[in-house]
Write a protein that binds this ligand. Structure first.
Ligand SMILES: Nc1ncnc2c1ncn2[C@@H]1O[C@H](COP(=O)(O)OP(=O)(O)OP(=O)(O)O)[C@@H](O)[C@H]1O
Ligand SMILES: [Mg+2]
Length: 251
């Protein structure tokens, strides 16, 4: 569903590579968690996959469409929830969701029921006709999520989606992610909330300084590292380096 091959990226203002030979293969029907410390390259990789950022080396394909050579077709398959709410805040929630549905060519008959279900789940129905600029942080996040799901994308990408959501909404989001995958789609999301990753991800990858350090199911990672939780595994590969994958022993 998503194939990233040998992806490298440098920002013009920096000598260091933000991404250095990143490869990932995400299958239909899986929830994939993208973990790593601040500045590791998660948002950079996500922005490349969604066609926002250019890159100098490697390739990205979404449902068989190359993001460089076939960008419109590739983007059609993606729903994206960014980590910032740069959103058309003069629009009402309804206008924004309608705009997203128009962009992706969602038939009028389908968008109504889909939006209604999501609004109800996120307790946003009463604010749907209010301007987005009057929304709270969490409400903006939720309208972003609804806008990203309105065309039922094959690949749903979210950058730190739990930030700012109340416990109820975070629960709803996790259920939606699971539901989306069970329908044969793929979810790719970055998070610092390791409990969430451990609970809902079929597989995770940990990226450190632009390189993927480890990929696998949480169970696989545990058996590789002899650590007992994802948090310990994360600390062992991305923390102070006092533990080594493969041994679980302090150096
Ligand atoms: N616009 C930019 N210009 C220059 N360097 C950038 C830019 N955006 C990110 N970087 C650098 O690229 C590297 C990766 O940043 P990125 O935002 O992808 O990390 P991240 O894993 O998403 O971190 P976080 O967990 O804090 O969101 C960092 O070293 C960062 O300083
Ligand atoms: Mg980020």
């Amino acid at each position: 569903m998503l194939t990233i091959k040998n992806l490298s990226k440098s920002y013009s203002s920096s000598e260091v590579k933000a991404l250095d030979g990143v490869s990932l293969e995400l299958k239909p029907g899986e929830i994939f968690g993208f973990l790593g410390p601040n500045g590791a390259g998660k948002t950079t990789a996500i922005k490349i996959v969604t066609g926002i950022l250019p890159f100098e080396q490697g390739s990205v394909s979404i449902a068989g469409r190359d993001i460089k050579t076939d960008p419109i077709a590739a983007k059609r398959e993606i729903g994206f929830v960014p980590d910032t709410h740069i959103i058309y805040d003069k629009l009402t929630g309804r206008e924004y969701v309608d705009f997203m549905a128009d962009v992706y060519g969602v038939p009028l008959a389908d968008r109504g029921a889909r939006a209604e279900k999501l609004l109800k789940l996120f307790a946003l129905t009463d604010s749907f006709d209010a301007p987005i600029k009057t929304y709270s942080h969490g409400m903006k996040q939720k309208i972003n999520i609804i806008g990203a799901l309105i065309h039922n994308p094959k690949l749903w990408i979210l950058d730190e989606p739990m930030t700012g959501l109340d416990p109820n909404s975070a629960f709803v989001l996790k259920e939606l992610m699971r539901e989306h995958c069970e329908a044969g789609n793929t979810v790719f999301f970055s998070t610092h909330v390791l409990e969430v990753a451990e609970k809902i991800c079929d597989r995770v990858a940990i990226i450190v300084k632009g390189k993927i350090v480890v990929t696998g199911s949480v169970a696989e990672l545990k058996s590789m590292s002899k650590e007992s939780s994802l948090e310990e595994i994360f600390l062992s590969v991305a923390g102070d380096g006092s533990f080594k994958l493969g041994t679980g022993e302090a150096l």
